[in-house]
Every structure is written in structure tokens, then in C-alpha cells.
Design a protein around this ligand. Structure first.
Ligand code: TXA
Ligand code: MG
Length: 322
């Protein structure tokens, strides 16, 4: 069943919607490129996206919604954000906004950030799938990390076909270029990624200039990375085999529960997908416990372990390096 390319007709879209609700990954066409989609409210399904992409880090993902009504449950829309959705949604414009604190979208989708990238795709198959799934869909471009984005179902099959339960074939995508990503969380709107909607078209709507992210003075290696990541207030100690009773413990696998200030096991069974799904919520909870130090037990470096360890190393680094 894995990687099966099927026609994007009514029956298969209904089947795909059920698979999404059951936690599977489904590749689908959007007007820009194919996306590899999962239920954005299911942390383990989202973790499987990172596994499928083969990304050594957790890059925040775009969440696809039908329109502003669904987006308002997940993100906070300023008047400018609303203006942009009126002008360009549905369409290839992704808006980065603050997350609604009570949203049930997984923390892993935005890699622990308090912001979220939202877009409403303008493709009949993507829209029908959103309607069938009754869920916001987390979906990055359906290619392995570092490869070019896929514009045909066959390309998805060749690149990550074994990772998707189903690939909905909607033919060639219309635009072939990813969506434009604009951040609306700072003082001024910032273009994080040029894409199918031009900066000029956006500037016309907002009635001013769109800052380029190189100009904002933040040291970002890629949009949404590093500088704005959640960093715990507590000191984080990695590869800990032992701990003090006043430390908060981030455990993985079969770790005996000795006295500690707080104790969370990311996955007692040693499942890296489960651990990735729990990572950001666990870090926040341990930090909120008030402990001065968080001790993390070793996490294997394979598969999603690479991204989890990368994230923990960043959280443990001195603050000025974040
Ligand atoms: O056209 C597209 O946008 C395609 C289709 C499938 O929708 N999707 C896509 O997703 O290109 P992806 O994951 O390959 O790129 C998402 C971009 C990345 O540059 C990521 O860093 C940025 O959006 N991003 C996502 N969430 C963010 C956030 N909270 N803050 C800043 N940047 C964010
Ligand atoms: Mg991509």
C-alpha cells in the first residue's frame, strides 16, 4: 500500500481523508508544488513527516487550512494579516502569525515556536482533501530534504514514495514554485521566502515596503530557525546518566524513575517518533516546574534522534549562540 499513486478522484480523496484522520501521511497536489500532509493536530503523524523528509533538524512546517475561519482557530490575525488573506487566499501566500495558545495544533509543527505558518491552497484536490479530513493539514513540500520540490505525482513517488501511505495524483501542479512566506509577527511585515506571489503585489496591498529578512538583523540560518526558537529558562544538561533530586528530568526509553524535581519520559518504549511528538511540550513543562536545571538522558542519534539531539544541543547552548 505504501507509496501507491492513485487518481485524485472523489473516492480516493475520501479514502485519503480517513487515512489522515488515522494518522497516516498523504501526498497531495497544491497549486504550487506537491505537499506531504498529516493531521496537524496529531503530534506523531507530524513527527513522521520530519522522518520522511530526512531533515536533520526540525524546520517549522506550513499548516494548510480551507480559509480564514479555520485559520483564526490556530493563528492571531492582525488587520494587515486579514487584508492579505482577502487579497491572496486561497493562493500561494503563507502568513507567519502568532499561535493561538489554546490551539490543538501540535507544538512540533512550529518546532516549538510561538508562531505558525498558515496558508489556504488554491487547488481543487488540496481543498477537497482538507474538507474530507476535517483537520488542518501540516504539509511541507513532498521531497526529501535538499532535493527539489515535486511538481508531479511520479516525482513524489521517486523521492519519498515509500513514506506516504497514498499519493493523490492531480497531474502537474499549476505554478511549480513554492508559496511566498511573509512574517507578520514583528513590527513590520518581513518577506521570509520569495515565491509565487511577488513582493510588489504584497506591497501594493499593505501600502508600504516589505522588509527582506536579511535586513532585519536577525541571524537566521533558515526562516524560522534558531534566533526565535523556544529556549528554556533552566540550564539544560545533555547525555545525563545520573541526576540530583532538585533537577527536572527529560528521559527517553527504559529509565528508572528516581527522585527528581519533575520527570517526563519522552517515550518509555524508546520510540523516536513518539519522543519527537512530545519534545517541545515536555521541555516547556519541565521548564515551568521551576527547576534550575533540566537533565536529559541520552537519545540515540539515528532517524529522528538526529533532529531531537540537534534541538536539545541548541537549547543547551549559551543563550548568545541561540
Ligand atoms: O508552496 C508551498 O509553500 C509548499 C506547499 C506544499 O504548500 N510547502 C512548502 O513547505 O514549501 P516547506 O516546509 O518546504 O517550507 C516551509 C517554509 C520554510 O521556509 C519554513 O522555515 C517556513 O516556511 N516556516 C514555517 N513555519 C514558520 C514559522 N513559524 N516561522 C518562520 N518560518 C516558518
Ligand atoms: Mg521545501
Amino acid at each position: 500500500m505504501k507509496g501507491r499513486i492513485v487518481p485524485a478522484n472523489k473516492e480516493w480523496i475520501a479514502e485519503a481523508g480517513q487515512m489522515i484522520r488515522a494518522g497516516a501521511l498523504v501526498a497531495f497536489p497544491t497549486e504550487t508544488v506537491y505537499g506531504l500532509g498529516a493531521d496537524a493536530t496529531n503530534g506523531e503523524a507530524v513527527a513522521r513527516i520530519f522522518d520522511a523528509k530526512g531533515r536533520p533538524t526540525f524546520n517549522p512546517l506550513i499548516v494548510h487550512v480551507l480559509g480564514l475561519e479555520q485559520a483564526l482557530i490556530i493563528g492571531v490575525f492582525s488587520p494587515i494579516a486579514r487584508q492579505l488573506t482577502e487579497a491572496f487566499w486561497p493562493g500561494p501566500l503563507t502568513l507567519v502569525v502568532s499561535r493561538v495558545a489554546t490551539s490543538d495544533v501540535s507544538d512540533l509543527v512550529s518546532a516549538g515556536l510561538t508562531t505558525i505558518a498558515l496558508r489556504s491552497p488554491d487547488h481543487p484536490v488540496a481543498r477537497a482533501l482538507l474538507a474530507e479530513a476535517h483537520r488542518p493539514l501540516a504539509a511541507p513540500s513532498a521531497n526529501r530534504s535538499g532535493h527539489v520540490s515535486a511538481t508531479r505525482a511520479e516525482h513524489v513517488g521517486e523521492d519519498i514514495g515509500d513514506k506516504a501511505a497514498l499519493i493523490l495524483d492531480g497531474g502537474q501542479t499549476f505554478l511549480g514554485l513554492e508559496s511566498t512566506v511573509v512574517s507578520l509577527v514583528g513590527d513590520v511585515p518581513v518577506l521570509l521566502r520569495p515565491g509565487a506571489v511577488t513582493a510588489e503585489a504584497i506591497e501594493e496591498v499593505i501600502g508600504g515596503r516589505l522588509a527582506r529578512h536579511e535586513e532585519t538583523g536577525k541571524r537566521l540560518t533558515s526562516p524560522g530557525q534558531l534566533a526565535s526558537h523556544y529556549a528554556p529558562r533552566a540550564h539544560l544538561r545533555l547525555n545525563a546518566y545520573d541526576w540530583q533530586p532538585d533537577e527536572a528530568i527529560l528521559a527517553f526509553g527504559a529509565i528508572p524513575q528516581r527522585p527528581a524535581h519533575a520527570f517526563i519520559n519522552l517515550s518509555e518504549s524508546g520510540d523516536l517518533v513518539e519522543a519527537a511528538a512530545n519534545l517541545f511540550a515536555a521541555l516547556r513543562a519541565l521548564d515551568a516546574s521551576g527547576a534550575m536545571s533540566i537533565a536529559a538522558t541520552p537519545i540515540p542519534p539515528n532517524g529522528l534522534g538526529e533532529a531531537i539531539n540537534d534541538r536539545l544541543r541548541r537549547a543547551a547552548a549559551p543563550r548568545d549562540q541561540l
